[in-house]
Design a protein around this ligand. Structure first.
Ligand SMILES: Cc1ncc(C[n+]2csc(CCOP(=O)(O)OP(=O)(O)O)c2C)c(N)n1
Length: 529
């Protein structure tokens, strides 16, 4: 079979296609975006009619994925780590219903927060939902886990959570592909599908079934070839690695390990394998993210065994692991660091020259100044969050997708005036629309600026679900048509834009201003296409 140099994200996408995928459902988010884009750009996927269009948010993505799985087909659902917060309602309850066609839920976590608001480790979510988790240590394993993962999901009857982190997603390695499989045919759950109706009487039974299934999941982990014990006579220290940490450890020992090593890549934790480590005097836990296993070990072993890791300060509590940080802990001389050339030295990110968000902030800042300290601008997540930085310093908040509208509402309810929200078009359809309805229902005096660049720019210019329909959506939600104002954010319209913002702030009800100009990056790409 073909061997390819794949990004981890590409390996996952190709494996899904090779394993008989019928649909991917996703909302963009670094570092997961390239998985869906790979499938969107795959001629084979097109030919086979595999679903790959972006969903409006992670919750709609996961529900659609569960629906496709209900209809018997193999489905992949992808998101960045914070996306799972949005999809959590479906995620937790899919663990109750179980699946029909194989369902893999991919979470791409971002330790060190290269492009995220927090550093959450979604293995915690996997444990919370009591679902099996796979965590590859390299790109080949990522491929194999997805290729076999649909079958595992079908055999166990539950979704599988596949957890990767930034370096796995965005680094390349050779990957051996395997035989292509056909898609599943349309079929519905043979047990009548009652388990999908989570009325209390059924949910109680399903919860007991999920509890019983834990034993099966653990047995699967114990038999899994992804979990492996490497013995060594030096039992002074045993090393437990999870996911990509195994790769980092291996880089430090090119001639073989000098201590017993337990590699974990499938959860729940394989208890019997872990027992083997108790022969060692002390245990070092190397895991990317939270001290999830480290904490569990204390409970499992509980016999005064010394456990080192992120909790006792052996490793830094936050941030990514690196081959060097792992080597350092083990007393290895680290040789892999290079000085960073000037051309890639750290520079603060900035809005592109010519970006429409710039013109919006210039005008907004001038108007806001007229209201002094009282004015508050709640913003959101997207390129326009860079309005927080100099020279603009235009916004006061960025918490989670959609929060700009609802935070402005809460502040307005508290008496703040003017309470302004700045949100992007994709973020508005992702999670802003319901908040807008809350404002409309209470006629809250908020001024909402949907800065519409007709794309999801921050993550690379994916389609935006509301393009061409924002005014209609706002009107449908109940905003008075005369308070839905559209303007082109250009220097020549500067005075008009300021007047318009002033007028709508002075209107003590819900108003929506839509400055609309295409993202200059997507425009450039279109010109070069
Ligand atoms: C729950 C969640 N999903 C995905 C992301 C990744 N993400 C950050 S901003 C953004 C969308 C930005 O698009 P838009 O609101 O249109 O603003 P633009 O970047 O185009 O200015 C995405 C997908 C995230 N931070 N949180």
């Amino acid at each position: 079979m073909e061997r390819n140099l794949f990004l981890g994200d590409e390996a996952i996408a190709q494996a899904a296609l090779d394993a008989g995928l019928s649909g991917v459902y996703a909302y963009p988010g670094t570092p997961s975006t390239e998985i869906t884009e790979y499938i969107q750009n795959s001629p084979v996927a097109k030919e086979r009619g595999i679903h790959s269009r972006w969903s409006t948010n992670e919750k709609t993505a996961m529900e659609a994925a569960l629906g496709m799985s209900y209809a018997g087909k193999r489905t992949l659902c992808c998101m960045k780590h914070v996306g799972l917060n949005v999809a959590a309602d479906c995620f937790m309850n899919a663990a109750m219903s179980g699946i029909h066609g194989g369902l893999i839920i991919l979470t791409a976590d971002d330790p060190s927060m290269h492009s995220s608001q927090n550093e959450q480790d979604n293995r915690v979510f996997g444990n919370f939902a009591m679902l099996p988790i796979l965590e590859p240590s390299n790109q080949q394993e990522a491929y194999d886990m997805v290729y076999d993962g649909f079958g595992l999901s079908e055999k166990l009857g539950y979704p599988i959570l596949l957890r990767i982190t930034t370096r796995m997603a965005h680094s390349r390695a050779g990957v051996q592909r395997r035989q292509e499989k056909p898609q599943n045919t349309l079929s519905f759950p043979t047990d009548g599908g009652q388990r999908y109706i989570l009325l209390p009487v059924i949910a109680r039974k399903r919860y007991k079934a999920l509890l019983t299934a834990q034993d099966t999941f653990t047995k699967a982990s114990e038999a899994s070839t992804y979990n492996k014990y490497f013995d060594s006579p030096n039992k002074k220290l045993g090393i437990l690695t999870t996911g990509i940490a195994f790769n980092y450890l291996s880089e430090n020992y090119p001639d073989g390990f000098e201590n017993p090593v337990l590699k974990i890549s499938q959860y729940p934790l394989p208890r019997k394998l872990i027992e083997k480590l108790t022969e060692c005097d002390e245990i070092l836990v190397l895991e990317e993210g939270y001290p999830v296993v480290e904490e569990q070990l204390k409970g499992f072993l509980g016999r005064g065994l010394k456990i080192h890791g992120r909790l006792d300060g052996t490793l830094q509590r936050d941030g990514e692991l690196t081959p060097d940080s792992v080597g350092k802990v083990l007393g290895k001389e680290t040789t892999s660091s290079y000085s960073i050339p000037e051309v890639v030295a750290g520079r603060p990110p900035a809005l592109c020259q010519g970006c429409g968000h710039r013109d919006v902030y210039d005008a907004l800042n001038e108007v806001v100044k007229e209201y002094g300290e009282a004015a508050r601008v709640f913003s959101d997540i997207g390129c326009y969050t860079l309005g927080a930085l100099p020279p603009f310093r235009a916004i006061d908040s960025c918490i989670d997708m959609g929060a700009s509208i609802t935070m402005a509402k809460g502040a307005a309810d508290a008496g703040a005036f003017p309470a302004i929200s700045v949100i992007g078009d994709s973020t508005f359809t992702h999670s802003g629309m319901t908040g807008l309805l809350d404002c409309v229902n209470e006629a809250t005096p908020v001024t909402i600026i949907i800065s519409d660049n007709e794309t999801t720019a921050m993550t690379g210019g994916q389609d935006s679900a509301g393009t061409g329909r924002l005014e209609a959506i706002c009107q449908g939600i109940g905003v008075a048509p005369k308070h839905i104002r559209v303007i082109v954010p250009l220097k020549k319209n500067y005075e008009e834009m300021k007047n318009l913002i002033r007028e709508e702030i002075e209107y003590r009800g819900v108003s929506v201003i839509i400055p609309r100009r295409e993202c200059i990056q997507t425009l450039k790409r279109k010109k070069h296409a």
